[in-house]
Design a protein. Sequence first.
Length: 369
Amino acid sequence: MDNTKILDVPLGKRAYKIMIGPHLINNTGKLIKGIIKGDRVIIITDTNIGPLYLSKVSNSLQLSNIKFEQIIISSGEVSKSFERFQNLANQILSMKIDRKTALVALGGGVIGDLTGFLASTLLRGIDFIQIPTTLLAQVDSSVGGKTAINSPIGKNLIGTFYQPRLVISDIESLRTLPRREIISGYAEVVKYGLIYDYKFFNWLEKSGLEILKNNTIFISEAIYRSCEIKTDFVCNDETEQDKRALLNLGHTFGHALEVETKFSSMLLHGEAISIGISLAFQLSHSLGLCSLEDKDRAISHLRSVGLPTKIKEIKGIEWDPEKIIKHMYSDKKVENGEIMLILTRGIGSAHIARNISETNIIETIKKSI
């Protein structure tokens, strides 16, 4: 584990570490041994990830004398449902867990969100460990304590803020991802540069293709810096009352698109966020907030790595601006019946925007369709 980067998330009694490096999954038992309260865990994974890593995690736990059980669910966003949550909660409770039992989330963002929500509610809260296996989960959803399931009304509307005890990001797990998944996750990496760090965005323009090739040095640095930026926001605004909302650049648009596609595989989360970021830059420019140069530069970089930047690139659905904006009104960030958006004054300078006219939003959506 000599090449492991470690980042502290200093949240007082809820503090934890993020470990980033190769071959960490093989050492899961050693890494969690002194962190979990007891000697028993329940691993939750899916049908895609289980066959790849479950045996490695299990062997490691056995070597550390940690007892374990495992639950494998179907993969995909459809598993983030209330029905799935209820079934899993009953299944776990039937295993006669106690407050020293820990859950282990082995998988991508769906598994992490669902497992975290289970951990936050079972017995009024038990420990959980994040082992994210996708780029998107390693740079975003595994860090910061947001847990959630979806509702037919909208994405992530039922959830809690509940921090993990440890995040183990094994960069070797990214080598088994389909290229589309890697590219999708990269959208969240770019987001950090666009909202907060101009120099990081500059570096991504030069290094993006190396990251997508899974170059160990570049991808490790990209994950570390992404987590570092997110940690800064989380520690200053853990429950998203203010500045943490900036991390949602592109998400109000993006989540609306995901709801309209019924969370299907026709649109991955990162792809939705890429389109959402592009729409946010387009709207910011039309309002005179952002220069044409920065708008074009941000969108061009997303395009250059193979990410979609227009709604019309999502095939198989007839898009209606009125339906999209209706979904936007169900977003968590709506205040007093008004859509709140994260817009930008340029690369590295996002801000919270209120009182944006619905007409301007619809016009921006129409140009993308």
